[in-house]
Design a protein around this ligand. Structure first.
Ligand code: CUA
Length: 275
């Protein structure tokens, strides 16, 4: 027990802490409000909806953050040491129940709203006229495969995988369907055309992330994971791996080129001739 006879406490540390908290709030709100770290513009309708969902979450959690930190600043100042004896309080059970339920409600509503967008990506089959492209992740490169004019992917044999010899996927030369397969190191897709990617990994867990599409999906060894999208503007975006997959993880990236339908046809012809 402290004996503070004659002491009136000190407002200094309390004011300092309250000001520090207020500064933290203002600086944080500024970073978001001024878009100091802007995301690249979305290139799919889904990405626009994801952005909308992200904003909703940010507004809800941002409001909670501002209120909680300013409340803390107020309490730090209001209940500062004035030399009086401290007394013990058990808090309020009613308030505890109230804000626990409120928080749960906010999370539930955000989750339900977000599930619609999630379902469009994860639980909706791709359009029947989708272009299928296989994406294979390996330490530390992506390899893309188009089925070629026959529309069929040729057989792969893990025993034939030999990147230095020009067969990074292990295409079986004896399979007629493999003859016209096109293998590339960057991904080219036509604009406004649904695309279905089939993600594979040859070694460890990798990831396929394109910021402009707000699309991120792991590639897991032994699985073929489909993702689909329709890019609605042309351009070049970076594809990055976001799973720590080894020492070369930092340089594992490729590019997504969204081009016009005719440029896409030209690309396929050129690549077919170069195989
Ligand atoms: Cu692949 Cu990180």
């Amino acid at each position: 027990m402290r004996n503070r006879r004659g002491s009136r406490g000190s407002a200094g540390p309390a004011v300092l802490l309250a000001l520090l908290l207020a500064f933290l709030v203002v600086a944080t709100v500024y970073v978001f409000a001024a878009h100091v770290f802007p995301a690249p513009p979305p290139i799919t309708q889904i990405a626009i909806q994801v952005d909308h969902q992200y904003s909703l979450t940010l507004y809800a959690t941002g409001a909670a953050f501002v209120l909680a930190q300013l409340g803390l600043a107020y309490a730090a100042f209001r209940f500062r040491d004035r030399g009086q004896r401290a007394h013990f309080t058990r808090g309020s059970v009613l308030l505890e129940i109230l804000w626990t339920c409120l928080t749960a409600l906010v999370f539930l509503v955000l989750g339900i709203l977000g599930s619609r967008v999630w379902a469009q990506v994860q639980f909706t089959p791709p359009a029947p006229d989708s272009i299928q492209i296989e994406v294979t992740a390996t330490q530390f490169v992506y390899t893309f495969r188009y089925p070629g004019p026959d529309g069929k992917f040729g057989k792969l044999d893990p025993a034939l995988v030999n990147a230095p010899a020009g067969n990074p996927l292990g295409l079986d030369p004896n399979d007629p369907a493999a003859k016209d397969d096109i293998v590339t190191s960057t991904l080219t897709v036509p604009v406004n055309h649904p695309v279905e990617l089939l993600l594979r990994s040859q070694d460890v867990v990798h990831n396929f992330f394109v910021r402009e599409m707000r699309l991120q999906q792991d590639a897991v060894p032994g699985m073929v994971i489909p993702v689909h999208f329709t890019a609605d503007r042309t351009g070049r975006c970076e594809i990055v791996c976001t799973q720590l997959c080894g020492l070369g993880h930092y340089r594992m990236r490729s590019f997504l080129n969204v081009v016009s339908e005719s440029a896409y046809e030209d690309f396929l012809k050129q690549q077919a001739a170069a195989q």
